[in-house]
Design a protein around this ligand. Structure first.
Ligand SMILES: Nc1ncnc2c1ncn2[C@@H]1O[C@H](COP(=O)(O)OP(=O)(O)OP(=O)(O)O)[C@@H](O)[C@H]1O
Ligand SMILES: [Mg+2]
Length: 264
């Protein structure tokens, strides 16, 4: 459903800060895949998601979504097909608007004409039922402004909003990293439940190795713009954090060696 072909991306080309993040990077995602993505800092995980969503342009390469080349389609238009949740709980919501207004906005995403006030009112029982499933007591707070909510409540609301317009692809970039451990587990549980119910194809970046092993059907390890490991199903469930740590260390050692060998 997502096909990335021969992707190239260099930041600050021809300057002292030149940074080649992707060289001939190709990658495919199958319909219904729930992929966890791990990798060292600066591996290119967020850049990859930003290129897929159209937030960052690639230099070369083709991004194909559902058989359609979207490489030249702007981020705003692509957003009809792609939902996103970021690390910062404030990014996915309009903090000065009420929960109801936020949900109604998400409900309208991708529609040519917004829902009228009357229709929004008719949708309230539906919104309440969605909020009730989160089990955070938000169903009674439809008229509360979102900036009064906790980070966890905001992130749960953002998850709901991201899947409301039934995107083809959901991109989660460390969406539980800014939360305390207990809330982080709660948001992961909500994430898994929503994805089980909707079966939306998902790519989720995380630094939590245990979470990456436990969640989804496929795991990818990235390092310096390359995929070091790509496993699915049984092979994935047999992974251990120790094995992943070993692969990380091994990759770093190899990099150190090649860097040093350049100096000799
Ligand atoms: N807008 C930008 N301008 C210049 N360089 C950038 C930009 N965005 C990312 N980079 C660089 O690209 C490389 C990959 O960054 P990216 O944010 O994709 O890493 P990451 O794998 O998400 O890391 P982390 O785990 O720290 O979030 C880094 O070296 C980063 O400094
Ligand atoms: Mg990142």
């Amino acid at each position: 459903m997502l096909k990335i072909q021969a992707l190239h991306k260099v930041f600050n080309e021809n300057t002292i800060n030149e940074n080649r993040v992707f060289s001939n990077f190709s990658f495919e995602v199958k319909e219904g895949d729930f992929i966890t993505i791990i990798g060292s800092n600066g591996a290119g995980k967020s850049t990859l998601l930003n290129i897929i969503s159209g937030n960052i342009d690639c230099d070369e390469g083709i991004i194909e979504l559902n058989g359609k080349d979207v490489s030249n389609i702007g981020e705003f238009k692509r957003a009809k097909l792609i939902g996103r949740v970021f690390q910062n709980p404030s990014l996915g919501v309009a903090p000065n608007m009420t929960i109801l207004e936020n949900l109604s906005l998400a409900d309208n995403k991708g529609k040519k004409f917004g829902l009228g006030l009357g229709i929004t009112k008719k949708r309230i029982p539906y919104y309440e039922s969605l909020l009730k499933e989160l089990d955070l007591g938000l169903e009674g707070k439809l008229y509360n402004k979102v900036n009064l909510l906790s980070g966890g409540q905001r992130q749960a609301l953002t998850m709901l909003m991201a899947v409301m317009s039934e995107p083809k692809l959901l991109l989660l970039d460390e969406h539980t990293a800014a939360l305390d451990p207990k809330t982080s587990i709660k948001i992961m549980d909500i994430t898994k439940k929503i994805l089980k119910d909707t079966n939306i194809t998902t790519m989720m970046v995380t630094h939590n190795l245990k979470q990456a092993i436990k969640t989804g059907n496929r795991l990818i390890m990235m390092h310096r713009g390359k995929i070091l490991l790509d496993v699915r199903d049984k092979e994935k469930s047999e992974l251990t954090t120790e094995k992943l740590m070993y692969l990380f260390k091994d990759a770093n050692i190899k990099d150190d060696l090649s860097d040093r060998s350049l100096l000799i």
